[in-house]
Design a protein around this ligand. Structure first.
Ligand code: BJW
Length: 249
């Protein structure tokens, strides 16, 4: 990564009033949350078809819940890193700042981000398969696997968007609106292969925004981005914040 990219990115951010950020599993990697793809990713160890589809849940809810219980255990033991914390601080620094995340780990909220769009749900929420009611649950390990709805007795499922399922219409509308309206979009720690999330930077670019990517590795978005900063989010974002020097705004 060249310092020139960092200072060009800081120039773009400094002159913008409306910022949108799209994050993926990479921003939580330095906290100790496994990513999905790549050499140490979850999809190297497990098949998405067995664990992250509605068909898999219908076939074997206990197996799916055991996998989520294991992941909840990992996430319960970690804390936000400087990447999450920098984004939380930036929320108050820009007139409009929307943080769109594909992550289900809740670490952005834990870092203090408030204007947050969780596209793929949240691992600390459960949904009743009969009544569709959503409730918080922070038990780790879970008391009972699989869990059942205390009000109607039906099976509970993780409040997470699996492959082949539609995203919450309010969340995805808000995400596309923020992408269309922003002047700069930062795309951090995502492989940019899962849709519709991967379409958000394209929408932003088509609406005239500049795209800045932060990722140690190239992705399908890299050639489209105006600036690709090669590096880890927990290192790059605090350095970008230093370059921004909000004192003079
Ligand atoms: C670092 C780093 C560091 C490492 N710092 N960076 C159009 C075209 C083709 C297919 C489709 C399409 N539209 C819909 C589809 C089907 C499907 C899809 O996109 N499939 C593709 C894989 C081909 N999409 C869906 O099914 C979606 N639903 C939908 O569109 O409904 C309508 C519809 C249905 C069917 C057909 C057509 C329309 C739903 C998607 C739900 C995704 N759910 C998951 C799993 C949830 C399970 C769970 O978490 O428990 O969400 S998949 C998984 O991938 C997870 C993530 O949120 C998502 C994105 O992954 P992410 O965040 O990018 O992580 P990684 O691991 O891929 O990448 C990490 C990156 O970080 C890497 O680049 C590293 O280099 C980097 N990194 N360390 C910065 N320190």
């Amino acid at each position: 990564m060249e310092n020139r990219d960092l200072s060009r990115a800081a120039d773009l951010l400094r002159s913008a009033r409306r910022i949108a950020v799209l994050t993926g599993a990479g921003i939580s990697a330095e906290s100790g949350v496994p990513t999905f793809r790549g050499p140490h990713g979850l999809w190297r160890q497990f098949r998405a078809e067995d664990l992250a589809t509605p068909e898999a849940f219908a076939r074997d809810p206990k197996l799916v819940w055991e996998w989520y219980d294991w992941r909840r255990g990992i996430i319960a033991g970690v804390v936000p890193n400087p990447g999450h914390r920098t984004l939380a601080e930036w929320e108050a620094r820009f007139p409009e700042f929307a943080l769109i995340t594909q992550n289900v780990d809740g670490l952005h909220a834990k870092a203090g981000s408030q204007n947050l769009i969780e596209l793929h749900g949240n691992i600390w929420k459960m949904r009743c398969t009969k009544e569709d009611t959503v409730s918080d649950d922070f038990d780790s390990p879970l008391k009972k696997i699989p869990p059942f709805c205390p009000s109607c007795g039906a099976l509970l499922r993780p409040h997470i968007v699996w492959f082949g399922e539609s995203l919450d219409t309010t969340m995805i509308s808000r995400a596309f609106a923020a992408s269309s309206a922003c002047e700069v979009m930062l795309v951090i720690g995502t492989s940019s292969v899962v849709y519709p999330a991967a379409a958000l930077p394209i929408r932003a670019g088509e609406s005239g925004a500049k795209i800045i990517e932060v990722n140690p590795d190239p992705t399908p978005l890299s050639s489209y981005a105006d600036i690709s900063i090669r590096g880890k989010a927990g290192d790059i974002l605090p350095r970008l914040a230093e370059c921004l020097d909000f004192g003079d705004r």
